[in-house]
Design a protein around this ligand. Structure first.
Ligand SMILES: [Ca+2]
Ligand SMILES: [Ca+2]
Length: 77
């Protein structure tokens, strides 16, 4: 069983298509579409980044992503 953090890290790497360790708005948009979404609007993507971007650089780092998607769901193996 993967932990919540491991699952979040795997997801992050899948979304980070250029492998630079940061998720940009463009990568998040593509990820959303790949997940079968209706295609997120600009404002939905902006909201997602604003919610996750704790250091305010406009992109989502691994720790920020884990903090968002793994929030309150830490599983002890
Ligand atoms: Ca990237
Ligand atoms: Ca950031």
């Amino acid at each position: 069983m993967a932990t919540a953090r491991e699952a979040a890290e795997a997801e992050f790497r899948r979304f980070d298509t250029d492998g630079d360790g940061l998720l940009t708005a463009e990568e998040i948009r593509k990820a959303n579409e790949a997940l079968g979404g209706h295609g997120a609007s600009e404002s939905e993507i902006e909201d997602f980044i604003t919610a996750a971007d704790s250091d305010g650089d406009g992109t989502i780092g691994l720790e920020e992503f884990v903090g968002l998607v793994g929030h309150g769901r830490h599983e002890k193996a």
